[in-house]
Design a protein around this ligand. Structure first.
Ligand code: TNX
Length: 539
């Protein structure tokens, strides 16, 4: 239904455009309403905002102009105009800076002479007749255009002129991320999710400036990524999932499509192959890998900790070398995640030996290793990264080794935890995590004795034992993941629950437009979005 809303809005927009084709220059001196940039409902909250209380006119005469150093900024401009068209129905023209442009121009400018706080920083200067986004790179500009998208009102003001105008508050915003790694994880192993589902999740996360999607590609219940040199992994290991449904897997072409879709949004994919535990699906496919002394069988339950590779067999490392090589070859990002959690069926000495050997394999294929916090018990290189989920001692040993950590504390950031006892989906072994609990914690000081500079960032994992389709995924992820975007992007002094609560309540127009099945937490006074189908018909 929301999709239909969109196309209807598009048709209306196109009609306006047709009417305006060949029209004279835009009328001058339209008096614009007072607006306040500092009370816009931006998430994540920018570093600094100064309001000047006038308005920029976004309308059919607005142009998007770039100064491309390379093609990338033009792609960012095209992405912005597509999103403006989806939201408003306006299809704005784009052209390079040479064109003769006078008013109502959105400039996307690559600016490398300024010293920027970091490589995703950007600056917005919004005046009555120009909206200037400056950024050091296309990547940073992409973060900045999310802010522009959020500043565009949901509905136009049709009383100012003969045609609709979307007034954008004037002033300036200077913004940069607090952490360089701002992620979510999706478990496609317990239940498989399609390429289209993953793309939709990526598209939603990008709006909130999240830049990492970690894909948990293998587990006891399923192997979800084609490995050409070991085809039975997906033929057999991909054939089922929790609850006994048909499972599925990504071909390498599918995976590349996901990587490219993410890359177009300046988001990296971190692939995870979980080992030496969580490997039942691999061992069913190739029993030679198995190290728990039993005959492996396809598993559709939700227990953990019963499987292990045989860590003393050369074939196992030859296998891992092939897997890491094939996946690394189609993963442009710098990281490869080896899992390493809950290997309860692996002897401690074997576990440490295994993690050390696999770290070398990952490095041989040009990647930095990430592992769940248990891996920090091994004697690892300082370039490897520990993902803290459960054990603070492990996180501190990582720091002692000079390793950085990613914060994913289960009690705070696990998207698969139920909101409360009534939640339809999710688990509660770590905690119930209502929307406020998810937001009200401080990553910078959450684990004692971890200095901020050793924290790479924050990631919110979504395990899929209890969810099997997009609606259920969205129910657990939204709205909580929106809060994690602010915890990882915004500076600590800019985060405040009462203030966030109001901004979150105003995400409904976006979530409704995107047809997101978010959990309508009673702790939020949700704003009714105006873009109902009826309303558009009335227009
Ligand atoms: C623990 S967190 C796991 C996963 C489960 C999850 C369910 C972690 C590294 N391991 O295998 O899916 O709990 O919440």
């Amino acid at each position: 239904m929301n999709i239909r809303n969109n196309s209807l809005a598009n048709i209306i927009g196109v009609l306006y455009m047709l009417v305006s084709v060949g029209c004279e220059a835009p009328p001058k001196d339209i008096s614009m309403p007072q607006t306040d940039l500092s009370s816009e409902y931006l998430i994540p909250m920018p570093s600094t905002t100064v309001a000047t209380n006038s308005a920029f006119k976004l309308d059919q005469y607005t142009r998007v102009v770039t100064n491309p150093v390379d093609g990338d900024l033009v792609n960012v401009a095209n992405y912005l105009t597509d999103k403006i068209a989806e939201k408003t129905g306006l299809r704005l023209a784009t052209n390079d800076i040479e064109g003769e442009e006078k008013e109502a121009v959105i400039y996307l400018l690559q600016q490398q002479n300024t010293s920027w706080p970091n490589d995703e920083a950007y600056r917005l200067s919004i005046k009555r007749d120009s909206l200037i986004l400056e950024a050091p790179s296309a990547k940073a500009a992409f973060r900045g255009i999310q802010t522009i998208r959020q500043l565009i009102p949901e509905i136009s003001n049709d009383t100012l002129a003969e045609y609709p105008i979307w007034p954008i508050a004037t002033g300036s915003i200077e913004d940069h991320p607090n952490f360089e790694y701002r992620g979510s994880m999706l478990d496609v192993a317990r239940h498989f999710f399609s390429v289209e589902d993953v793309k939709k999740y990526i598209e939603l996360l990008a709006y909130y400036k999240i830049n990492v999607l970690h894909l948990h590609l293998t587990d006891d219940q399923g192997w979800r990524i084609e490995i050409k040199s070991w085809p039975r992994l997906t033929e057999i290991g991909g054939s089922t999932e929790v609850g006994g449904e048909a499972g599925g897997f990504f071909t390498q072409e599918d995976y590349k499509e996901i990587v490219a879709y993410a890359a177009a949004r300046y988001m990296m994919i971190v692939p995870e192959v979980d080992m030496p535990g969580h490997t039942n699906a691999a061992s069913v496919s190739y029993p030679i890998l198995n190290g728990n002394g039993k005959t492996p069988q396809l598993y559709q339950g939700t227990r953990v900790g019963f499987s292990t590779f045989d860590t003393r067999k050369d074939t196992v490392y030859a296998f891992i070398d092939d897997v890491v090589r094939e996946i690394s070859a189609i993963t442009p990002g710098p990281y490869f995640h080896i899992g390493g959690d809950e290997s309860h069926a692996t002897k401690k000495a074997d576990y440490l030996y295994f993690v050390n050997k696999v770290e070398k394999i990952v490095q041989k294929h040009g990647k930095q290793m990430i592992g769940w916090d248990e891996v920090a018990q091994a004697d690892l290189d300082s370039t490897s990264i520990a993902q803290f989920w459960d054990n603070e001692r492990n996180a501190r040993s990582a720091i002692d080794k000079g390793m950085k950590v990613i914060l994913s504390p289960a009690k705070k950031s696990y998207l698969d935890m139920q909101y409360d006892t009534l939640s339809k989906h999710g688990l509660h072994w770590a905690a119930y995590i209502p929307v406020d609990t998810a937001y009200v914690w401080t990553p910078e000081t959450y684990v004692d004795q971890i200095p901020k500079e050793m924290i790479l960032g924050v990631e919110a994992p979504l395990w899929s034992e209890t969810i099997s389709n997009m609606e259920e995924l969205e129910y657990l992820a939204f709205p909580r993941v929106i809060g994690y975007s602010e915890l990882s992007w915004s500076q600590e002094e800019n985060r405040d629950w009462e203030n966030f609560r109001v901004r979150l309540a105003n995400q409904t127009p976006f979530l409704d437009m995107m047809n997101v099945n978010y959990y309508p937490s009673p702790r939020i006074d949700w704003v009714k979005s105006n873009r109902s189908f009826k309303e558009i018909l009335k227009d």
